[in-house]
Design a binder for this molecule. Structure first.
Ligand SMILES: Cc1cc2nc3c(=O)[nH]c(=O)nc-3n(C[C@H](O)[C@H](O)[C@H](O)COP(=O)(O)OP(=O)(O)OC[C@H]3O[C@@H](n4cnc5c(N)ncnc54)[C@H](O)[C@@H]3O)c2cc1C
Length: 513
Protein backbone atom coordinates (compact mmCIF):
# COMPACT_ATOMS: atom_id res chain seq x y z
CA UNK A 1 0.00 0.00 0.00
CA UNK A 2 1.50 3.39 -0.90
CA UNK A 3 1.89 5.98 1.85
CA UNK A 4 -0.73 8.28 0.37
CA UNK A 5 -3.43 5.58 0.44
CA UNK A 6 -2.59 4.38 3.97
CA UNK A 7 -5.10 5.44 6.64
CA UNK A 8 -4.46 7.65 9.61
CA UNK A 9 -4.89 5.74 12.87
CA UNK A 10 -6.54 6.91 16.06
CA UNK A 11 -5.39 4.87 19.07
CA UNK A 12 -8.22 4.80 21.60
CA UNK A 13 -11.93 5.53 21.29
CA UNK A 14 -12.37 7.79 24.32
CA UNK A 15 -14.11 11.14 23.80
CA UNK A 16 -10.86 12.66 22.49
CA UNK A 17 -10.20 9.81 20.06
CA UNK A 18 -13.78 9.91 18.79
CA UNK A 19 -13.60 13.70 18.31
CA UNK A 20 -10.33 13.30 16.38
CA UNK A 21 -11.79 10.52 14.21
CA UNK A 22 -14.94 12.54 13.38
CA UNK A 23 -12.87 15.63 12.51
CA UNK A 24 -10.38 13.72 10.36
CA UNK A 25 -13.09 11.82 8.49
CA UNK A 26 -15.01 15.08 8.03
CA UNK A 27 -11.87 16.55 6.40
CA UNK A 28 -11.73 13.64 3.94
CA UNK A 29 -9.08 11.39 5.51
CA UNK A 30 -9.31 7.62 5.65
CA UNK A 31 -9.42 6.82 9.36
CA UNK A 32 -9.06 3.61 11.36
CA UNK A 33 -9.93 3.84 15.06
CA UNK A 34 -8.37 1.15 17.27
CA UNK A 35 -9.91 0.74 20.75
CA UNK A 36 -8.58 -1.82 23.24
CA UNK A 37 -11.88 -2.23 25.09
CA UNK A 38 -15.09 -3.69 23.70
CA UNK A 39 -16.93 -0.35 24.18
CA UNK A 40 -16.34 3.16 22.84
CA UNK A 41 -16.25 6.29 24.99
CA UNK A 42 -13.45 5.26 27.39
CA UNK A 43 -14.22 6.73 30.82
CA UNK A 44 -17.65 7.85 29.60
CA UNK A 45 -18.80 4.25 30.05
CA UNK A 46 -22.25 3.07 31.14
CA UNK A 47 -23.20 0.54 33.83
CA UNK A 48 -26.61 -1.15 33.78
CA UNK A 49 -28.17 -3.59 36.23
CA UNK A 50 -31.55 -4.45 37.76
CA UNK A 51 -33.36 -1.59 36.06
CA UNK A 52 -30.73 1.07 36.94
CA UNK A 53 -28.46 2.89 34.51
CA UNK A 54 -25.37 4.77 35.68
CA UNK A 55 -22.90 6.96 33.88
CA UNK A 56 -19.66 5.46 35.20
CA UNK A 57 -17.39 8.46 34.64
CA UNK A 58 -18.30 12.02 33.64
CA UNK A 59 -21.71 13.30 34.72
CA UNK A 60 -21.25 17.06 34.26
CA UNK A 61 -21.14 18.43 30.72
CA UNK A 62 -20.06 22.03 30.19
CA UNK A 63 -19.26 24.07 27.04
CA UNK A 64 -21.43 22.05 24.64
CA UNK A 65 -20.31 24.38 21.83
CA UNK A 66 -17.10 22.32 21.66
CA UNK A 67 -19.15 19.23 20.89
CA UNK A 68 -21.17 21.28 18.42
CA UNK A 69 -18.01 22.22 16.53
CA UNK A 70 -16.87 18.57 16.39
CA UNK A 71 -20.23 17.40 14.98
CA UNK A 72 -20.15 20.27 12.48
CA UNK A 73 -16.86 18.92 11.09
CA UNK A 74 -18.86 15.94 9.80
CA UNK A 75 -21.73 18.13 8.61
CA UNK A 76 -23.96 17.20 11.59
CA UNK A 77 -26.12 19.38 13.79
CA UNK A 78 -25.77 18.78 17.54
CA UNK A 79 -29.54 19.26 18.00
CA UNK A 80 -30.20 16.29 15.71
CA UNK A 81 -27.73 14.09 17.61
CA UNK A 82 -28.33 14.95 21.29
CA UNK A 83 -31.18 16.23 23.44
CA UNK A 84 -29.34 18.51 25.89
CA UNK A 85 -31.13 19.74 29.01
CA UNK A 86 -29.76 22.77 30.91
CA UNK A 87 -29.59 22.26 34.70
CA UNK A 88 -30.05 25.06 37.23
CA UNK A 89 -29.25 24.97 40.14
CA UNK A 90 -25.93 23.76 38.84
CA UNK A 91 -24.84 22.27 42.17
CA UNK A 92 -26.48 21.96 45.60
CA UNK A 93 -23.82 22.31 48.31
CA UNK A 94 -24.00 20.75 51.79
CA UNK A 95 -21.80 21.26 54.86
CA UNK A 96 -21.46 19.55 58.24
CA UNK A 97 -23.18 22.50 59.98
CA UNK A 98 -26.41 21.70 58.11
CA UNK A 99 -26.12 24.75 55.84
CA UNK A 100 -27.12 24.38 52.19
CA UNK A 101 -26.19 26.69 49.29
CA UNK A 102 -27.39 26.37 45.71
CA UNK A 103 -24.95 27.39 42.98
CA UNK A 104 -27.04 29.03 40.26
CA UNK A 105 -25.87 30.36 36.91
CA UNK A 106 -27.31 33.88 37.18
CA UNK A 107 -24.70 36.03 38.94
CA UNK A 108 -27.16 38.45 40.62
CA UNK A 109 -29.23 35.56 41.98
CA UNK A 110 -26.05 33.83 43.18
CA UNK A 111 -24.78 36.94 44.94
CA UNK A 112 -28.15 37.14 46.77
CA UNK A 113 -27.90 33.42 47.67
CA UNK A 114 -24.43 33.98 49.14
CA UNK A 115 -25.50 37.11 51.04
CA UNK A 116 -28.31 35.11 52.67
CA UNK A 117 -25.93 32.20 53.35
CA UNK A 118 -23.05 34.24 54.80
CA UNK A 119 -24.60 37.56 55.89
CA UNK A 120 -22.18 40.39 56.61
CA UNK A 121 -19.14 38.54 55.21
CA UNK A 122 -18.95 40.41 51.92
CA UNK A 123 -18.56 37.00 50.21
CA UNK A 124 -21.37 37.81 47.75
CA UNK A 125 -19.54 40.90 46.48
CA UNK A 126 -16.29 38.92 46.48
CA UNK A 127 -17.91 36.19 44.38
CA UNK A 128 -19.04 38.81 41.85
CA UNK A 129 -15.49 40.22 41.63
CA UNK A 130 -14.02 36.73 41.28
CA UNK A 131 -16.43 35.86 38.47
CA UNK A 132 -15.62 39.10 36.62
CA UNK A 133 -11.95 38.08 36.76
CA UNK A 134 -12.86 34.54 35.72
CA UNK A 135 -14.73 35.91 32.70
CA UNK A 136 -11.60 37.82 31.66
CA UNK A 137 -9.46 34.68 32.07
CA UNK A 138 -11.98 32.69 30.03
CA UNK A 139 -11.64 35.23 27.19
CA UNK A 140 -7.85 35.07 27.39
CA UNK A 141 -7.96 31.26 27.35
CA UNK A 142 -10.05 31.39 24.17
CA UNK A 143 -7.47 33.70 22.56
CA UNK A 144 -4.24 32.11 23.69
CA UNK A 145 -4.84 28.47 24.71
CA UNK A 146 -7.85 27.04 22.88
CA UNK A 147 -8.22 25.48 19.42
CA UNK A 148 -4.47 25.26 18.74
CA UNK A 149 -1.57 23.02 19.70
CA UNK A 150 0.19 24.68 22.61
CA UNK A 151 2.90 23.33 24.90
CA UNK A 152 4.34 26.43 26.52
CA UNK A 153 4.00 30.20 26.61
CA UNK A 154 6.23 30.49 23.51
CA UNK A 155 3.69 28.56 21.38
CA UNK A 156 0.91 30.95 22.14
CA UNK A 157 2.66 34.28 22.47
CA UNK A 158 5.18 35.63 20.00
CA UNK A 159 6.58 38.37 22.19
CA UNK A 160 8.14 40.35 19.33
CA UNK A 161 5.19 40.09 16.95
CA UNK A 162 2.27 40.32 19.36
CA UNK A 163 3.42 42.25 22.37
CA UNK A 164 1.30 45.36 22.59
CA UNK A 165 -0.47 47.00 25.49
CA UNK A 166 -3.55 44.84 25.17
CA UNK A 167 -1.53 41.58 25.13
CA UNK A 168 0.58 42.79 28.03
CA UNK A 169 -2.56 43.50 30.01
CA UNK A 170 -3.83 39.97 29.19
CA UNK A 171 -0.55 38.45 30.36
CA UNK A 172 -0.74 40.41 33.63
CA UNK A 173 -4.35 39.25 34.08
CA UNK A 174 -3.11 35.65 34.05
CA UNK A 175 -1.70 36.38 37.52
CA UNK A 176 1.28 34.16 36.91
CA UNK A 177 2.93 33.14 40.14
CA UNK A 178 -0.33 33.10 42.11
CA UNK A 179 -2.31 30.01 43.09
CA UNK A 180 -5.98 29.63 42.39
CA UNK A 181 -6.77 28.92 46.06
CA UNK A 182 -4.94 32.10 47.10
CA UNK A 183 -6.78 34.30 44.59
CA UNK A 184 -10.16 32.78 45.57
CA UNK A 185 -9.55 33.61 49.22
CA UNK A 186 -8.45 37.16 48.46
CA UNK A 187 -11.90 37.74 46.97
CA UNK A 188 -14.20 35.45 48.93
CA UNK A 189 -14.01 35.94 52.68
CA UNK A 190 -16.04 32.93 53.81
CA UNK A 191 -14.35 29.53 54.13
CA UNK A 192 -17.38 27.58 52.87
CA UNK A 193 -18.05 29.77 49.83
CA UNK A 194 -14.31 29.73 49.01
CA UNK A 195 -14.40 25.92 49.26
CA UNK A 196 -17.26 25.82 46.76
CA UNK A 197 -15.35 28.07 44.35
CA UNK A 198 -12.19 25.92 44.77
CA UNK A 199 -14.13 22.98 43.45
CA UNK A 200 -14.30 24.24 39.90
CA UNK A 201 -10.65 23.19 39.73
CA UNK A 202 -11.57 19.69 40.89
CA UNK A 203 -12.77 19.24 37.30
CA UNK A 204 -9.07 18.96 36.47
CA UNK A 205 -8.19 16.88 39.54
CA UNK A 206 -5.71 19.33 40.99
CA UNK A 207 -4.90 21.04 44.28
CA UNK A 208 -6.27 24.64 44.29
CA UNK A 209 -3.35 25.63 46.52
CA UNK A 210 -0.85 24.47 43.88
CA UNK A 211 -2.79 25.19 40.67
CA UNK A 212 -2.20 28.44 38.77
CA UNK A 213 -4.72 31.26 39.06
CA UNK A 214 -5.49 31.12 35.31
CA UNK A 215 -7.56 27.98 35.94
CA UNK A 216 -10.06 30.37 37.53
CA UNK A 217 -11.43 30.59 33.96
CA UNK A 218 -13.32 27.33 34.60
CA UNK A 219 -15.78 29.12 36.92
CA UNK A 220 -17.00 31.38 34.13
CA UNK A 221 -17.07 28.53 31.61
CA UNK A 222 -19.59 26.77 33.83
CA UNK A 223 -21.62 29.61 35.30
CA UNK A 224 -22.08 31.54 32.04
CA UNK A 225 -22.47 28.67 29.58
CA UNK A 226 -24.28 26.28 31.89
CA UNK A 227 -24.26 22.65 32.96
CA UNK A 228 -25.96 20.24 30.58
CA UNK A 229 -27.39 16.76 30.75
CA UNK A 230 -27.83 14.74 27.58
CA UNK A 231 -31.14 12.90 27.81
CA UNK A 232 -30.31 9.20 27.92
CA UNK A 233 -27.24 9.94 30.05
CA UNK A 234 -23.65 10.95 29.33
CA UNK A 235 -23.20 7.69 27.42
CA UNK A 236 -25.33 9.31 24.70
CA UNK A 237 -22.34 11.54 23.85
CA UNK A 238 -19.86 8.82 22.78
CA UNK A 239 -22.74 6.88 21.20
CA UNK A 240 -23.57 9.91 19.01
CA UNK A 241 -19.91 10.55 18.17
CA UNK A 242 -19.43 6.89 17.21
CA UNK A 243 -22.57 7.00 15.04
CA UNK A 244 -21.34 10.13 13.25
CA UNK A 245 -17.82 8.69 12.89
CA UNK A 246 -19.09 5.49 11.27
CA UNK A 247 -21.42 7.43 8.98
CA UNK A 248 -18.43 9.55 7.92
CA UNK A 249 -16.55 6.39 6.96
CA UNK A 250 -14.34 5.73 10.01
CA UNK A 251 -13.39 2.06 10.33
CA UNK A 252 -13.93 1.28 14.01
CA UNK A 253 -12.21 -1.73 15.56
CA UNK A 254 -12.86 -2.58 19.21
CA UNK A 255 -10.87 -5.22 21.10
CA UNK A 256 -7.85 -3.82 19.22
CA UNK A 257 -5.07 -2.89 21.66
CA UNK A 258 -2.09 -1.13 20.09
CA UNK A 259 1.27 -2.35 21.39
CA UNK A 260 3.68 -0.21 19.40
CA UNK A 261 3.94 2.85 17.19
CA UNK A 262 6.61 2.26 14.51
CA UNK A 263 8.75 4.84 12.72
CA UNK A 264 10.76 4.90 9.49
CA UNK A 265 13.05 7.68 8.28
CA UNK A 266 12.26 9.70 11.38
CA UNK A 267 8.45 9.73 11.13
CA UNK A 268 5.51 7.54 12.15
CA UNK A 269 4.97 4.69 9.68
CA UNK A 270 2.84 1.95 11.30
CA UNK A 271 1.13 0.60 14.42
CA UNK A 272 1.34 -2.95 15.74
CA UNK A 273 -1.56 -4.54 17.60
CA UNK A 274 -1.48 -7.10 20.41
CA UNK A 275 -1.43 -10.35 18.45
CA UNK A 276 1.14 -9.03 16.00
CA UNK A 277 -0.87 -7.41 13.19
CA UNK A 278 0.92 -4.36 11.79
CA UNK A 279 -1.01 -1.62 9.98
CA UNK A 280 0.86 0.91 7.85
CA UNK A 281 -0.38 4.43 8.61
CA UNK A 282 0.33 7.97 7.45
CA UNK A 283 0.05 9.38 10.95
CA UNK A 284 -1.28 8.54 14.41
CA UNK A 285 -3.43 10.36 16.94
CA UNK A 286 -2.88 8.72 20.32
CA UNK A 287 -5.76 9.03 22.77
CA UNK A 288 -3.88 6.77 25.17
CA UNK A 289 -2.55 8.66 28.19
CA UNK A 290 0.32 10.86 26.92
CA UNK A 291 2.95 9.54 29.35
CA UNK A 292 2.00 5.93 28.70
CA UNK A 293 2.01 6.54 24.93
CA UNK A 294 5.64 7.59 25.30
CA UNK A 295 6.64 4.99 27.86
CA UNK A 296 4.94 2.02 26.16
CA UNK A 297 4.24 2.69 22.45
CA UNK A 298 6.72 5.20 21.01
CA UNK A 299 10.08 3.88 19.66
CA UNK A 300 12.77 4.07 22.37
CA UNK A 301 14.77 6.76 20.55
CA UNK A 302 11.93 9.29 20.97
CA UNK A 303 10.82 8.52 24.54
CA UNK A 304 12.76 11.28 26.25
CA UNK A 305 10.78 14.01 24.46
CA UNK A 306 8.01 13.89 27.05
CA UNK A 307 10.02 12.96 30.14
CA UNK A 308 13.65 13.99 29.54
CA UNK A 309 14.98 12.42 32.77
CA UNK A 310 13.75 10.54 35.87
CA UNK A 311 13.66 13.84 37.77
CA UNK A 312 11.43 15.39 35.10
CA UNK A 313 8.60 12.88 35.18
CA UNK A 314 5.06 14.13 34.74
CA UNK A 315 2.71 14.18 37.75
CA UNK A 316 -0.65 12.39 37.48
CA UNK A 317 -3.84 14.21 38.49
CA UNK A 318 -5.93 12.74 41.31
CA UNK A 319 -7.83 9.49 41.14
CA UNK A 320 -11.18 8.67 42.68
CA UNK A 321 -13.53 6.03 43.99
CA UNK A 322 -17.12 5.82 42.76
CA UNK A 323 -20.08 4.05 44.38
CA UNK A 324 -23.00 3.27 42.05
CA UNK A 325 -26.01 2.84 44.32
CA UNK A 326 -29.38 1.68 42.98
CA UNK A 327 -31.96 3.02 45.50
CA UNK A 328 -35.58 1.88 45.78
CA UNK A 329 -36.53 5.37 47.08
CA UNK A 330 -35.03 8.62 45.76
CA UNK A 331 -33.89 11.44 48.08
CA UNK A 332 -36.02 14.45 47.14
CA UNK A 333 -33.73 17.00 48.80
CA UNK A 334 -30.78 16.28 46.49
CA UNK A 335 -30.31 18.26 43.27
CA UNK A 336 -29.17 16.55 40.07
CA UNK A 337 -25.61 17.50 41.11
CA UNK A 338 -24.70 17.93 44.78
CA UNK A 339 -21.46 18.43 46.69
CA UNK A 340 -21.09 17.43 50.33
CA UNK A 341 -18.05 19.37 51.43
CA UNK A 342 -15.21 18.29 53.71
CA UNK A 343 -14.80 19.93 57.11
CA UNK A 344 -11.50 21.55 56.08
CA UNK A 345 -10.33 22.27 52.51
CA UNK A 346 -6.64 22.51 53.52
CA UNK A 347 -6.70 19.19 55.37
CA UNK A 348 -8.47 17.48 52.47
CA UNK A 349 -6.18 18.73 49.69
CA UNK A 350 -3.05 18.20 51.81
CA UNK A 351 -3.99 14.53 52.20
CA UNK A 352 -4.94 13.88 48.58
CA UNK A 353 -2.29 15.87 46.76
CA UNK A 354 0.68 16.24 49.12
CA UNK A 355 0.69 13.19 51.36
CA UNK A 356 -0.88 10.79 48.83
CA UNK A 357 -3.34 9.49 51.43
CA UNK A 358 -7.13 9.32 51.65
CA UNK A 359 -8.79 12.43 53.08
CA UNK A 360 -10.10 11.60 56.58
CA UNK A 361 -13.22 13.70 55.96
CA UNK A 362 -13.67 13.88 52.19
CA UNK A 363 -15.78 16.00 49.87
CA UNK A 364 -18.35 13.74 48.17
CA UNK A 365 -19.90 14.55 44.81
CA UNK A 366 -23.38 13.08 44.21
CA UNK A 367 -25.30 12.71 40.96
CA UNK A 368 -29.01 12.01 41.31
CA UNK A 369 -30.13 11.97 37.65
CA UNK A 370 -33.61 10.41 38.13
CA UNK A 371 -35.11 13.85 38.77
CA UNK A 372 -34.13 14.89 35.21
CA UNK A 373 -34.32 11.49 33.52
CA UNK A 374 -36.69 9.08 35.33
CA UNK A 375 -35.61 6.28 32.97
CA UNK A 376 -32.36 5.78 34.93
CA UNK A 377 -34.13 3.89 37.76
CA UNK A 378 -37.30 1.89 38.44
CA UNK A 379 -40.27 4.13 39.38
CA UNK A 380 -39.59 6.20 42.52
CA UNK A 381 -35.97 5.02 42.72
CA UNK A 382 -32.63 6.68 42.06
CA UNK A 383 -29.38 5.74 40.34
CA UNK A 384 -27.23 7.51 42.94
CA UNK A 385 -23.60 8.10 41.96
CA UNK A 386 -21.11 9.02 44.69
CA UNK A 387 -17.60 10.14 43.68
CA UNK A 388 -14.82 10.89 46.14
CA UNK A 389 -11.43 12.09 44.94
CA UNK A 390 -8.46 10.10 46.15
CA UNK A 391 -4.71 10.35 45.57
CA UNK A 392 -3.35 8.81 42.40
CA UNK A 393 -2.17 5.24 43.00
CA UNK A 394 0.92 4.86 45.18
CA UNK A 395 2.74 1.52 45.67
CA UNK A 396 1.24 1.05 49.16
CA UNK A 397 -2.39 1.55 48.05
CA UNK A 398 -4.30 -1.73 48.05
CA UNK A 399 -7.92 -0.95 47.20
CA UNK A 400 -9.08 -4.49 47.90
CA UNK A 401 -8.20 -3.73 51.51
CA UNK A 402 -9.05 0.01 51.55
CA UNK A 403 -12.47 0.02 49.88
CA UNK A 404 -14.63 -1.38 52.71
CA UNK A 405 -13.20 0.94 55.36
CA UNK A 406 -13.46 4.02 53.12
CA UNK A 407 -17.04 3.18 52.17
CA UNK A 408 -17.90 3.53 55.88
CA UNK A 409 -16.16 6.94 56.05
CA UNK A 410 -18.06 8.15 52.96
CA UNK A 411 -21.45 6.86 54.10
CA UNK A 412 -20.96 8.43 57.56
CA UNK A 413 -20.14 11.75 55.89
CA UNK A 414 -23.27 11.57 53.71
CA UNK A 415 -25.42 10.82 56.77
CA UNK A 416 -23.87 13.62 58.83
CA UNK A 417 -23.76 16.45 56.29
CA UNK A 418 -26.40 15.61 53.66
CA UNK A 419 -29.05 13.80 55.68
CA UNK A 420 -28.68 10.42 53.91
CA UNK A 421 -29.12 8.64 57.24
CA UNK A 422 -30.95 5.58 55.93
CA UNK A 423 -28.86 5.15 52.79
CA UNK A 424 -27.98 1.48 53.48
CA UNK A 425 -31.65 0.54 53.81
CA UNK A 426 -32.52 2.02 50.38
CA UNK A 427 -29.79 0.22 48.41
CA UNK A 428 -31.03 -2.59 46.15
CA UNK A 429 -28.10 -2.59 43.70
CA UNK A 430 -24.45 -1.68 44.27
CA UNK A 431 -21.22 -1.57 42.28
CA UNK A 432 -18.04 0.47 42.62
CA UNK A 433 -15.03 1.73 40.67
CA UNK A 434 -11.68 2.07 42.45
CA UNK A 435 -8.44 3.77 41.33
CA UNK A 436 -7.11 0.31 40.47
CA UNK A 437 -10.15 -0.30 38.22
CA UNK A 438 -9.65 3.10 36.55
CA UNK A 439 -5.98 2.30 35.97
CA UNK A 440 -6.75 -1.08 34.41
CA UNK A 441 -9.87 -0.22 32.38
CA UNK A 442 -8.61 3.02 30.79
CA UNK A 443 -4.80 2.44 30.77
CA UNK A 444 -4.10 5.73 32.49
CA UNK A 445 -1.18 6.90 34.60
CA UNK A 446 -1.43 5.67 38.22
CA UNK A 447 -5.22 5.53 38.05
CA UNK A 448 -5.49 9.27 37.31
CA UNK A 449 -8.98 10.39 36.37
CA UNK A 450 -8.02 13.70 34.81
CA UNK A 451 -4.70 13.09 33.07
CA UNK A 452 -1.84 15.20 34.41
CA UNK A 453 -1.96 17.46 37.45
CA UNK A 454 -2.18 21.20 36.77
CA UNK A 455 0.34 22.05 39.46
CA UNK A 456 2.93 24.82 39.33
CA UNK A 457 2.16 28.53 39.63
CA UNK A 458 3.84 29.32 36.30
CA UNK A 459 3.59 26.22 34.12
CA UNK A 460 0.66 24.36 35.69
CA UNK A 461 -1.71 25.33 32.88
CA UNK A 462 0.47 23.74 30.17
CA UNK A 463 0.15 20.12 29.07
CA UNK A 464 2.10 18.18 26.42
CA UNK A 465 1.39 19.77 23.03
CA UNK A 466 -0.81 17.89 20.56
CA UNK A 467 1.64 18.04 17.65
CA UNK A 468 4.84 16.18 18.56
CA UNK A 469 7.99 17.82 17.30
CA UNK A 470 10.60 15.07 17.54
CA UNK A 471 8.46 12.34 15.96
CA UNK A 472 6.56 13.83 13.01
CA UNK A 473 3.29 12.04 12.34
CA UNK A 474 2.49 11.62 16.06
CA UNK A 475 -0.29 13.70 17.64
CA UNK A 476 -1.62 13.51 21.18
CA UNK A 477 -5.27 13.84 22.24
CA UNK A 478 -6.94 13.39 25.63
CA UNK A 479 -6.88 14.56 29.21
CA UNK A 480 -3.07 14.27 29.48
CA UNK A 481 -2.52 16.48 26.41
CA UNK A 482 -3.26 20.15 25.67
CA UNK A 483 -5.64 21.78 26.64
CA UNK A 484 -6.27 19.27 29.46
CA UNK A 485 -8.92 17.04 31.04
CA UNK A 486 -12.70 17.13 31.37
CA UNK A 487 -15.22 16.53 28.60
CA UNK A 488 -15.02 19.83 26.71
CA UNK A 489 -11.23 20.02 26.89
CA UNK A 490 -10.62 16.43 25.73
CA UNK A 491 -13.08 16.91 22.87
CA UNK A 492 -11.15 20.06 21.95
CA UNK A 493 -7.84 18.19 22.22
CA UNK A 494 -9.14 15.58 19.75
CA UNK A 495 -10.14 18.38 17.40
CA UNK A 496 -6.75 20.13 17.75
CA UNK A 497 -4.81 16.89 17.13
CA UNK A 498 -6.90 16.21 14.02
CA UNK A 499 -6.66 19.80 12.78
CA UNK A 500 -2.85 19.81 13.21
CA UNK A 501 -2.53 16.44 11.45
CA UNK A 502 -4.78 17.60 8.60
CA UNK A 503 -2.78 20.83 8.18
CA UNK A 504 0.54 18.94 8.15
CA UNK A 505 -0.61 16.37 5.57
CA UNK A 506 -2.01 19.13 3.35
CA UNK A 507 1.23 21.11 3.61
CA UNK A 508 3.26 17.99 2.76
CA UNK A 509 1.03 17.23 -0.26
CA UNK A 510 1.38 20.83 -1.47
CA UNK A 511 5.16 20.72 -1.08
CA UNK A 512 5.32 17.44 -3.02
CA UNK A 513 3.09 18.71 -5.87
C1 LIG B 1 -15.25 8.85 37.77
C2 LIG B 1 -15.01 9.95 36.80
C3 LIG B 1 -15.78 11.11 36.86
C4 LIG B 1 -15.57 12.15 35.96
N1 LIG B 1 -16.40 13.23 35.99
C5 LIG B 1 -16.30 14.18 35.01
C6 LIG B 1 -17.30 15.16 34.84
O1 LIG B 1 -18.31 15.17 35.56
N2 LIG B 1 -17.15 16.09 33.86
C7 LIG B 1 -16.08 16.08 33.01
O2 LIG B 1 -16.00 16.93 32.13
N3 LIG B 1 -15.12 15.12 33.12
C8 LIG B 1 -15.22 14.17 34.09
N4 LIG B 1 -14.32 13.16 34.16
C9 LIG B 1 -13.14 13.22 33.29
C10 LIG B 1 -13.49 12.78 31.88
O3 LIG B 1 -14.18 11.57 31.94
C11 LIG B 1 -12.21 12.58 31.11
O4 LIG B 1 -11.45 13.80 31.09
C12 LIG B 1 -12.48 12.18 29.68
O5 LIG B 1 -13.56 11.27 29.55
C13 LIG B 1 -11.21 11.54 29.17
O6 LIG B 1 -11.37 11.24 27.82
P1 LIG B 1 -10.11 10.76 27.00
O7 LIG B 1 -10.58 10.56 25.62
O8 LIG B 1 -8.97 11.67 27.22
O9 LIG B 1 -9.63 9.39 27.69
P2 LIG B 1 -10.33 8.00 28.01
O10 LIG B 1 -11.76 8.15 28.26
O11 LIG B 1 -9.48 7.40 29.07
O12 LIG B 1 -10.15 7.18 26.64
C14 LIG B 1 -8.94 6.62 26.26
C15 LIG B 1 -9.27 5.40 25.45
O13 LIG B 1 -8.08 4.87 24.88
C16 LIG B 1 -8.11 3.47 24.97
N5 LIG B 1 -6.73 3.00 24.90
C17 LIG B 1 -5.72 3.30 25.76
N6 LIG B 1 -4.60 2.71 25.37
C18 LIG B 1 -4.88 2.02 24.24
C19 LIG B 1 -4.09 1.22 23.37
N7 LIG B 1 -2.79 1.00 23.58
N8 LIG B 1 -4.70 0.66 22.27
C20 LIG B 1 -6.03 0.90 22.02
N9 LIG B 1 -6.82 1.64 22.85
C21 LIG B 1 -6.24 2.21 23.93
C22 LIG B 1 -8.76 3.20 26.31
O14 LIG B 1 -9.29 1.90 26.36
C23 LIG B 1 -9.85 4.27 26.32
O15 LIG B 1 -11.05 3.83 25.74
C24 LIG B 1 -14.53 12.06 35.02
C25 LIG B 1 -13.76 10.90 34.94
C26 LIG B 1 -14.01 9.84 35.81
C27 LIG B 1 -13.22 8.56 35.68
Amino acid sequence: MSESTSPVAVIGGGLAGLAAAVTLAGRGHRVILLEANEWLGGKAAVLEGEGFRFDMGPTILTLPRVLKRVFAEAGCDIAAELDLVRLDPQWRCFWDDGQVLDLVGDVDAMVSNIERFAPGSGAGRGYRRYLAQSQRLHGISENFFFWKSVQGIGDTLDVRANMNLSTLSDVLALRMGQTLGGVVRRHVDDARVAQMVDHFVQYVGSNPFAAPAVLGAIADMQTSEGIWYPRGGMGAVPAALARVARAAGVEVRTGAAVEAIRSEHGRVSAVTLAGGETIRVRAVVSNMDAARTYRELVPAAYRSELEPSPSKQVEPACSGVVFYLGLDRAYDHLAHHSFVFSRDAHEEFEHIYTRGELAPDPTCYLAAPARTDPGVAPAGGEALYVLVHTPYLRPHHDWKRMLGAYRKVVFAKLARAAGLKDLESRIVFEEHLTPEDIHRRYRVLNGAIYGLASHGRFIGAFKPGNRRRRLPGLYLAGGAAHPGPGMPMVLMSGWIAADSLDADLRAAAKAAA
